[in-house]
Ligand binder design. Structure first.
Ligand code: AMP
Ligand code: MG
Length: 324
């Protein structure tokens, strides 16, 4: 067990509890892959549908290889380049990875998180850990230990405090289709399409699957349209104008959310800003985004999360000035 680690993962799991672990993306709710009872408990506590597969977190490339039936050269290359880090690879699963983890799919999603405490917990654990975000299904993901404590009981979950998450949004997910040498772009995150394209060897292609296509829903059942949502309805307006101008005629019940202008700072701040604005006495939330964010690679992840978080999306370039 690492000196930095105040908990003994084996003891926590043996007592039938889960661990909320800090990662660089968001906090995860973790259980060993070989404990079906605890894996089931994750779905139960989160209210997550069984059709939404879990990401397996590993402490080494060797551990990742033990979870798959094929590990192509490109997986090795991407893992060496981006792990530990916010990239998840989807590959054909090994026989011992349960259907509960993969939602019945023949593939498994794998990632090595870049946080010293997450790696210490993985190294002290009996097996790789499934660790979806430590939030209720469809709600905002937690980026601080207190966000997790606000939702789950200590009797159920041991929360390890690793400070605020450095990246702040969930990992980029890539599916490796070995037969067709196709990389499927399944979820944007801090690592952008251009980061991945730069690593593609000859013969492989990157295929971006539209969020709304049938293929997206079949291949990645967890990609729901409504996700990462605050409790109050959020209106996102794409505008060259300032947020104060755009939302000048809204009523007193509105709360405006502002994000830093730089993409990685905006990602780091995103869930916390939405959470802070999402208070009881507030009726609606408003957020304004300049159009340039929509086609800049570093903004892909933030724009994707905002599209799902928003109950109303108004692009002034197509629809004219926003009126509340
Ligand atoms: P979360 O852990 O909440 O970030 O969600 C994990 C997401 O990973 C799921 O919602 C899916 O989008 C994706 N995922 C996990 N396993 C697979 C898989 N075998 N194939 C495709 N996507 C997966
Ligand atoms: Mg999640």
């Amino acid at each position: 067990m690492s000196d930095a680690l105040a908990v003994d993962p084996r003891a926590v799991f043996a007592a039938g509890r889960l661990i909320a672990l800090p990662t660089e993306t968001v906090y995860g709710l973790a259980a060993p892959i070989d404990r079906p009872d605890l894996v089931a408990r994750i779905f139960e506590l989160k209210g997550r549908p069984a059709s939404n597969p879990l990401i397996v977190h590993v402490g080494s490339i060797e551990q990742a290889r033990s979870c798959v039936s094929q590990w192509p050269e490109l997986a090795q290359r991407l893992a060496e380049r981006f792990w530990p880090g916010p990239l998840t690879l989807v590959l054909p699963k090994a026989a011992h990875i349960s259907d509960a983890i993969t939602a019945g799919q023949p593939t498994v999603a794998l990632r090595m998180p870049d946080h010293p405490l997450a790696l210490a917990i993985l190294n002290a654990s009996p097996a790789p850990l499934v660790a979806p975000s430590a939030n209720l299904f469809t709600r905002l993901s937690p980026t601080r230990a207190e966000d997790v404590r606000a939702v789950f009981e200590p009797a159920d979950v041991e929360v390890v405090d690793g400070g605020p998450c450095r990246v702040g949004i969930e990992s980029t997910i890539l599916g490796l289709d070995i037969d067709t040498r196709t990389l499927r772009w399944l979820r944007p995150g801090q690592i952008s399409q251009s980061d991945i394209t730069a690593e593609l060897p000859p013969g492989w292609k990157l295929k971006v699957i539209s969020e709304r296509s049938k293929e997206a829903i079949d291949v990645t059942p967890g990609r729901m349209q409504e996700h990462y949502r605050p409790a109050k309805p959020l209106t996102v307006v794409i505008s060259e104008r300032s947020a104060e101008t755009v939302f000048s005629d809204v009523g007193a019940g509105w709360r405006l959310v502002s994000l830093p202008q730089e993409a990685s700072a905006a990602a780091r701040r995103l869930y916390r800003a939405l959470r802070e604005a999402d208070q009881d006495h507030v009726a609606r939330l408003g957020l304004c985004l300049p159009p340039c964010c929509l086609d800049q690679p570093p903004w892909e992840g933030v724009v994707n999360r905002l599209r799902k978080a928003a109950s109303q999306w108004h692009d002034e370039r197509a629809l004219g000035p926003y009126r509340a």
